[in-house]
Design a protein around this ligand. Structure first.
Ligand code: PMP
Length: 305
């Protein structure tokens, strides 16, 4: 069911209301300081099966609760409650198309940046026609950002909170201004970390390499899915620090994330990145897995209808 953005049903603090009625206090810490934690949960519509599949729902909600814990947010939401209300919101909208569901716990009220409560929440499904790999079939032209990725000694990149995305914004805006599609950040050690909203893999020979979890990255769910898919395809996956020069010499590269899927990189700082059959196989398998067409991976999906 397609509907105007203003009339989409959003879950806000326990009630479903239209998007134009869903209001948040301007003086709230979320509004003033980006004091919120969030997830973008992908759902894929399989027309043949007439089914909408939420991908790795438990993992997204566990990460959300972890982010809330690390920021010390004082909320009452349990995993089961969150999953039920997520389903209820999508059902109320009757969506039969690909979605990214924005799920946010935020600090409401008249407090400040150090407040832990009161916490509010909203769930907002956003219809998404195409995946990034469909939009960017030729591949992404990336630059290495002049901004460093945030790190554990200032703001942990493992917390998926609104304020962390100012770092992503800086890198992305610089990339666009300089004629690139997006950027790759280095961390404070000077090794490769991730994209502004995605994780990075490079291909070297017949192996995949990705920065390790201690290289200033989000614990990406898609990154973990790539490990599972690579195993099925018999491709070895190595987690280790990656030097900038390795980006320029790799045999293939891609960015991945819930919103991006698996999107190949065409160039980095104008060095051409070759296409790789490993990336094609991974991307093809990923598309089947999220649509519930691979029996072995059905446990990663939650049917909504
Ligand atoms: N890194 C950052 C900074 C992100 O915002 C995202 C998107 N959530 C990712 C990586 C990819 O994470 P996931 O695969 O869980 O979407």
């Amino acid at each position: 069911m397609e509907s105007k953005i203003e009339k989409r049903l959003i879950w806000l603090n326990g009630k479903l209301c239209s998007a134009d009625e869903a209001k948040i206090l301007v003086l709230s810490p979320t509004s003033q300081f980006g004091l919120n934690v969030f997830e973008g949960i992908p759902c894929f519509w399989n027309d043949k099966k007439q089914q909408l599949f939420a991908f790795r729902l438990d993992d997204h909600y566990k990460r959300l609760l972890n982010s809330a814990k690390m920021l010390g947010l004082d909320h009452q939401y349990s995993l089961d409650y969150l999953k039920n209300e997520f389903k209820r919101t999508i059902l109320a909208n009757g969506y039969k198309e690909n979605l990214i569901v924005r799920q946010t716990i935020f600090v409401d009220g008249f407090g400040s940046w150090s407040s832990c409560d009161p916490c509010g929440m909203f769930i907002s499904p956003i219809p998404k026609r195409f995946t990034s790999s469909e939009y960017n079939q030729k591949g992404l032209n990336c630059c290495v950002s002049s901004f460093r990725r945030i790190s554990e000694d200032c703001m942990s990149p493992k917390i998926k909170c609104g304020a962390n995305y100012i770092n992503s914004r800086n890198g992305q805006r610089e990339a666009i201004k300089n004629g690139f599609d997006t950027c790759i950040f280095l961390n404070s050690k000077g090794t490769v970390s991730e994209g502004p909203g995605s994780c990075l893999f490079i291909v070297k020979g017949n192996k995949l390499i990705t920065p390790s979890l201690t290289d200033s990255i989000l614990e990406s769910i898609t990154r973990d899915t790539v490990f599972l898919l690579a195993k099925t395809l018999g491709v070895e996956c190595i987690e280790r620090s990656i030097d900038r020069s390795e980006l320029y010499n790799c045999d293939g590269a891609f960015l991945c994330g819930s919103s991006m899927g698996i999107t190949r990189i065409e160039s980095i700082d104008k060095f051409v990145v070759p296409g790789s059959p490993i990336i094609v196989s991974l991307s093809d398998l990923y598309k089947k897995v999220v649509l519930g067409e691979e029996k072995e991976f059905l446990h990663l999906l939650t049917p909504i209808y």
